[in-house]
Write a new protein. Sequence first.
Length: 462
Amino acid sequence: MASSTSLLFSVFTVFSILFLASSSEDNIPATITIPLTSTFTSKLSTEPLVFLQHLASASLSRAHHLKHGKTSPLVKTSLFPHSYGGHTIPLSFGTPPQKLSFVVDTGSHVVWTPCTTHYTCTNCSFSDAAPKKAPIFNPELSSSSKILGCRNPKCVNTSSPDVHLGCPRCNGNSKNCSHACPRYRLHYGRGASSGYFLLENLNFPAKTIHKFLVGCTKSAARLPTSVAFAGFGRTMFSLPMQMGVKKFAYCLNSHDYDDTRNSGKLVLDYSDGKTKGLSYTPFLKNPPDFPFYYYLGVKDIKMGNKRLRIPSKYLAPGSDGRGGLMIDSGFAYGYMTGPVFKIVTNELKKQMSKYRRSLEAETQSGLTPCFNFTGHKSLEIPDLIYQFRGGANMVVPGMNYLLMARLETSIVACFPMVTDAGNNTMEFTPGPSIFLGNSQHVDYYVEFDLKNERLGFRRQTC
Ligand SMILES: *[C@@H]1O[C@H](CO)[C@@H](O)[C@H](O)[C@H]1NC(C)=O
Ligand SMILES: *[C@@H]1O[C@H](CO)[C@@H](O)[C@H](O)[C@H]1NC(C)=O
Ligand SMILES: *[C@@H]1O[C@H](CO)[C@@H](O)[C@H](O)[C@H]1NC(C)=O
Ligand SMILES: *[C@@H]1O[C@H](CO)[C@@H](O)[C@H](O)[C@H]1NC(C)=O
Ligand SMILES: *[C@@H]1O[C@H](CO)[C@@H](O)[C@H](O)[C@H]1NC(C)=O
């Protein structure tokens, strides 16, 4: 139970998170530290329902993007029209270092940034969500910048089999093959971007990673250009994999209570072993078409005390890529496939029946259900509980899975998860059935243990 006022200002507040520094040992730092900032902007607070509407469409774009996985030639990295609720970290590339801002994205597999020179972008600005400063990397100002060449084996691995990239004239390791690895082309919905891969120095205060593979996007259309992306996915070119860390962890703090309590921590960790106090659940084997997501084994979901008995086919990924729950750090909210969404929201409506539904908010935002809390002094919202394999439960309080908005004369809260639109709501669509967005693990310390292939977490004030 929480007082309504404490919930209200939370949603649109800018908050930031600090990666905490740790000591080094034998020149190799055990952990590496970076400050982290939310991509929410305060501008969003002016028109709550417009914000909710943008959020709904952004969530759908994100869902469509993530559900395409690897099979679609449209997807090679994470590009979505808005980055509501992502978290950015500054990374320094090049010599001398150029500091740029990157969205931390566990649903994405490479690191890339808009790149000068001659960078062109058509219809790329999204004024409503764009952070003020665009990160643009200029390789011409860096003495350590090298274009990835065709002879480099990494070129083969970066080439997507479905886009017919590769170095045709270099087959058989021809010594004559001096040209650059072909440009990558990324598509997202109506947008597109293209560029080439660089091998660059990635600089941290106590460590430099040489020949880090980073995408240099040269041209784009209808894409958000103001943020670069740091893929934290399970495959070889993600940031943690290239750095060779054994685990990474973050703690997103609750922005619901206190604007001044704005620090948490994220750690890139070279040490192995169990972290004290964490409950662990194993990562599941990835279906071939979705190699870079972190799938978690969920046994069931509870709404308050009620077990929802979600059919198991939705809870674990099949070899055809259907089903499963993925943890998505790159986006605040989430997605549930039609049948799961229906079970969850039906139970939510039942348990929230003492509050009026706000059809007005639902119509305007496109989210459902929305509740009207006007006149209620205190709120009782059931917890959403994920029961993971291995016995670990993640308890998400109402304030972390509902989205509150204060309108002129009323206070509403919407369930911000989206589902497949249109008539296909009962179809078992390809791709994960559930995305666990980062708002649902606020006030949790979350550790991605890559070495031991498991997720560890504990409730914590971040
Ligand atoms: C850019 O947007 C304008 C206005 O929406 C449109 O007329 C134009 O065709 C767009 N250009 C491209 C290259 O998409
Ligand atoms: C990278 O490419 C090489 C050559 O095709 C292949 O043998 C290797 O398995 C690939 N590595 C990964 C992680 O895909
Ligand atoms: C080597 O490259 C040069 C210049 O691109 C080209 O003229 C020549 O035919 C190439 N030789 C082979 C064996 O591919
Ligand atoms: C919420 O309820 C109040 C009181 O009944 C009403 O005046 C207001 O229009 C409602 N707002 C929304 C968005 O449903
Ligand atoms: C949904 O169903 C209605 C009625 O059957 C139909 O008119 C409409 O075209 C359908 N929409 C989609 C997106 O299939």
